[in-house]
Design a protein around this ligand. Structure first.
Ligand code: ATP
Length: 245
């Protein structure tokens, strides 16, 4: 048993970012950010436009190099590892767009399983069609011909096709009507019942309902890290993000 006051054990930590500094060219936009996601844990990164959420996700995925800091995946330093190697270790990424519009629904879904063998990919495709009958119906249509909400559904299903242990999503609500946002939330609630961990960058506080923990980024720095209940108890943050006293 850990002694009282002992440092938090690393066991169960899936993704850990420590002291992250990053930016574009000579312009630094993230300073000393810490973030961790436990196995199966659901974390929402909340922040206003330009706070640095997308940049932080890009760094976590290896799409943007670090200026400072360390990234560990299951305790192993992956700070210099290429994106495809991180994906091969079980990270699935859904960008704001989420799909390749010119490809069919089926082609998009199969791309999500590119690192798996053909047989596994086919089995996952069948599982996806069973779980999302709408996608079976639209399998031959181009993703770009679907509504915004339907496209996000393809994006979520595409990520799930890869059997990730961590799903990273950049603003799944972006560009959607309030009704479509609710539909996306319904789909994500299904992920809640799987073992996958979830890391979602969002401005929409409705996504906090999916999470156990929230991290607030302001001006490229950590402003808050705690449970969703603790966030709701913080008067200043509640005013800033929920628009209520
Ligand atoms: P949003 O919700 O608007 O996407 P965000 O919190 O995701 O905001 P980022 O997109 O990470 O914020 O942007 C953080 C800062 O980095 C902003 O000042 C932005 O202008 C800048 N930035 C983002 N992408 C680039 C880029 N490709 N080149 C230069 N600056 C960038």
């Amino acid at each position: 048993m850990a002694a009282a006051g002992a440092p938090e054990a690393a066991a169960g930590v899936l993704l850990e970012l420590r002291g992250i500094g990053a930016g574009y060219g000579s312009m630094q936009v993230l300073w000393d950010i810490d973030l961790s996601v436990g196995e199966g844990e659901h974390v929402v990164i909340l922040g206003a436009n330009g706070a640095g959420k997308s940049t932080l996700l890009r760094v976590a995925l290896g799409l943007l190099p670090l200026m400072r800091g360390t990234i560990r995946l299951r305790g192993e330093d992956v700070s210099g590892l290429r994106t495809d190697r991180r994906v091969a270790q079980g990270i699935g990424f859904m960008t704001e767009v989420g799909v390749f519009p010119e490809l069919s629904v089926r082609e998009n879904l199969l791309l999500g399983a590119y690192r798996l063998g053909r047989r596994q990919a086919q089995a996952n495709l069948e599982r996806t069609y069973e779980g999302f009958p709408l996608l079976a119906k639209f399998r031959s249509r181009s993703a770009g011909s679907l509504s915004g909400g339907q496209r996000k559904l393809v994006g979520v299903a595409k990520v799930l096709m890869g059997d990730p242990s961590l799903i990273v999503m950049d603003e799944p609500s972006s560009g959607l009507s309030p009704v479509a946002v609710q539909e996306v939330l319904d789909v994500l609630r299904r992920i809640e019942r799987s073992d996958a961990a979830l890391l979602i960058a969002e401005q929409n506080t409705a996504f906090l309902d999916l999470a156990q923990r929230a991290v607030v980024i302001e001006g490229g720095r950590n402003r808050f890290d705690g449970t969703v209940a603790q966030l709701r108890d913080d008067a200043a943050l509640t005013r800033a993000y929920f628009g209520i006293e």
